[in-house]
Design a binder for this molecule. Structure first.
Ligand SMILES: Cc1cc2nc3c(=O)[nH]c(=O)nc-3n(C[C@H](O)[C@H](O)[C@H](O)COP(=O)(O)O)c2cc1C
Length: 274
């Protein structure tokens, strides 16, 4: 027993000291990560250089995604969303910048989409494709410094993501969630891209990123999406649906308290009635 605990402690500290994993050992360019420095306080720091996953580890990870879906099911979830956006691991495999592998998971776009394909298949077997969603963040702009978001703007974002979305269509998943660029003056997703998504994907399409109720309604009326997701307006307005339904004004969000560990900026925004 003591031996097992020692082993656990050893593994725990080894993991704490270990660099993060990625498709390739490439330092993130122009990126800071948020780290918590104390309760409710944090700072932006330089990310560590990741180590490249071994081929066997990639296959192991696919099985871990399936296990995570099993865990979600047994915890009572109705479905799961696979996060393939915002520079997370699947996004890194899709991107030609962060994936420079020379095994079957790197190189051609077909190979770079293999990790996504295998995860979707493994998770679908557990939970059913009709209870599965995927989030992508297709980015189209790489000019200004603050727009080289995570270094993941592809040379040809349109083809890259249309091919990725075809993978979802082949698997018959329930929905596609698109995280649009959400910083001030972020470039809009090209309309032609949105139209092609509609053509190649028959599941539900969710858009998020700087939507107002009006812009959301216009997107739905144009037939480009099925659902609009709100984040920051919802953080600042716990009664957002009622405010939208009644045309009431919105509380502005306080960006300085968006990330952090206390109730401030989390559960203390007033409702309209208050
Ligand atoms: C405090 C905060 C936390 C977020 N956490 C996540 C996250 O864990 N995963 C994710 O995909 N997006 C996350 N997002 C991004 C939102 O899902 C959304 O795409 C983005 O805020 C744009 O929508 P908005 O303009 O309505 O806020 C987060 C955003 C904020 C402000």
């Amino acid at each position: 027993m003591a031996g097992t605990l020692e082993l656990l402690a050893y593994d725990f500290f080894r993991i704490l000291r270990a660099p993060p994993v990625a498709p390739s050992a490439i330092a993130a360019n122009n990126v800071k990560v948020f780290i918590e420095t104390g309760p409710g306080a944090g700072t932006l720091a330089e990310p560590s250089v990741p180590r490249a996953l071994a081929n066997a580890e990639v296959k192991e990870l696919v099985q871990l995604y399936a296990q995570a879906a099993r865990n979600a099911l047994s915890a009572g979830f109705d479905g799961v969303e696979i996060h393939c956006a915002n520079g997370y691991l699947v996004n890194q495999f899709i991107s030609a910048h962060s994936n420079q592998r020379d095994d079957e998971y790197g190189g051609s776009l077909h190979n770079r989409l293999r990790f996504l394909r295998e995860i979707i298949q493994a998770v679908s077997e557990v939970i059913g494709a009709d209870r599965l969603g995927v989030r992508f963040a297709p980015l189209f702009e790489s000019t200004a410094e603050d727009r080289v978001y995570l270094g993941l703007v592809e040379e040809d974002p349109h083809s890259t993501y249309i091919e990725a979305i075809k993978v979802l269509e082949e698997a018959g998943i329930a929905y596609l969630s698109i995280a649009e660029a959400d910083w001030d003056n972020a470039p809009a997703l090209p309309e032609g891209f949105r139209r092609e998504i509609r053509q190649v994907f028959s599941g539900r399409i969710i858009y998020a990123g700087r939507y107002t109720a009006q812009r959301g309604a216009e997107t739905l009326e144009a037939g480009l999406g099925d659902l609009i997701a709100f984040c920051r307006p919802f953080i600042a307005n716990p009664d957002l649906p009622q405010r939208i339904a009644n045309g009431w004004p919105l509380n502005p969000v306080d960006p300085s308290s968006m990330y952090g560990g206390t109730e401030k900026g989390y559960s203390d925004y007033p409702t309209y009635a208050e």
